[in-house]
Design a binder for this molecule. Structure first.
Ligand SMILES: Nc1ncnc2c1ncn2[C@@H]1O[C@H](COP(=O)(O)OP(=O)(O)OP(=O)(O)O)[C@@H](O)[C@H]1O
Ligand SMILES: [Mg+2]
Length: 331
């Protein structure tokens, strides 16, 4: 449904996006993830036909963004970083205005408005001024304008930015409910945000793709070499340390902060699968009290930092994924 090949975008001497390639299959929800300035918005604007790439090609629903921008826009619903809503308009007259702009035939406008009001759950505020809506509701109006022509593809640039946790959950549910009917790319700089909604995540840093995989695979792959188990133990420190270190599969042991006067320990277990049982046995057999036991490994945020740091220092870490970015893009 979306095919990006070797796209580079330069603003003068500044390269915002460098040689990125990826594909998105019909019905997929893909998260576009990267820190500020990574090139997310630039890539999205190229995909929507608003910004020509300096090099490379991009296709949406079989249409080239360079040669057929109008066809591309017909097939895309775009929610920019700042929703293009007019505070002085009422919700339904704004949507009517957008529907006309998008060339929806007069006879179908009313039903198209009803359909998106329903889809985005804002029918009860249809007569209200947009400027008087909460931020979450304004974001839904933004989504409604992106959806009004029932596009195959939705491009959502940080759809949950600036929303409170409850609104974030609502928008996330809404995006999930749109899956299936639409192919969706959404951007964020928060990993946990996209890991929940997206089947696949593309990580971009300084204009280049550093990884693409399912959120679960990203964690699994990067946890290899980074797994750890946290233990809270009541026992003589020196003996505990020696005993934990002697458990088969433990690479090293370090002391964590004390919790309520009890010591915590981190047993680094590398890529050995879950060792909680073995460690628990060692503690209990030694006659010490085991007050806590937790597999930690790396959080998505750690992985994100590791990937982007690896890219900066030219480490080889992300290499196997980059092949996936260009060849296995379709699910
Ligand atoms: N019109 C422009 N002229 C010059 N430089 C630009 C322009 N638009 C973006 N850039 C630069 O290109 C880089 C990528 O910007 P982009 O907006 O795509 O990043 P982003 O990933 O969307 O960041 P954010 O998370 O802050 O929205 C940045 O360094 C930015 O300063
Ligand atoms: Mg942006």
């Amino acid at each position: 449904m979306i095919k990006v090949q070797g796209v580079t975008k330069r603003y003068g001497s500044m390269t915002a996006v460098r040689d990125i390639s990826f594909e998105v299959a019909a019905g997929e929800i893909v998260g576009f993830l990267g820190p500020n300035g990574a090139g997310k918005t630039t890539t999205m604007r190229i995909l929507t036909g608003f910004l020509p790439p300096t090099e490379g090609t991009a296709e949406v629903a079989g249409h080239s963004v360079l040669d057929e921008p109008i066809e591309v826009k017909r097939n895309i619903g775009y929610l920019p970083e700042i929703p293009p809503v007019y505070p002085e308009m009422e919700v339904d007259s704004y949507l009517e205005f957008v529907a006309r702009l998008k060339g929806i035939p007069n006879a179908r406008i009313a039903s198209a408005i009803d359909a998106v009001l329903e889809k985005t759950s804002i029918a009860h505020v249809r007569g209200k001024l947009i400027g008087k809506l909460s931020k979450g509701y304004r974001q839904r109006v933004g989504l409604a304008q992106a959806l009004i022509h029932n596009p195959k593809v939705l491009i959502l640039d940080e759809p949950t930015a600036g929303l409170d946790p409850a609104q974030i959950r609502e928008v996330r549910e809404l995006v999930k409910s749109l899956a299936g009917d639409h192919t969706i790319i959404l951007s964020s700089h928060i990993l946990s945000e996209v890991s929940d909604t997206c089947g696949r995540v593309i990580i971009i840093s300084e204009g280049a793709i550093v990884a693409t995989d399912s959120p679960a695979n990203l964690i699994a792959r990067l946890q290899a070499g980074g797994g750890a188990i946290e233990l809270e133990i009541d026992g003589p420190a020196e003996d505990v340390e020696t005993r934990l270190a002697s458990v088969e599969g433990v690479l090293s042991v370090s002391r964590g902060p004390d919790v309520a006067a009890r010591a915590t320990w981190v047993a680094h277990t590398g890529d050995t699968p879950d060792m909680r049982k073995r460690l628990a046995q060692a503690v209990v057999e030694s006659g010490w009290g085991l007050y806590g036991l937790k597999q930690t490994g790396m959080s998505l945020e750690d992985i994100f930092l590791k990937l982007t740091a690896a890219e900066k220092i030219g480490a080889v870490e992300p290499e196997p994924v980059e092949a996936a970015a260009t060849e296995d893009g379709a699910q």
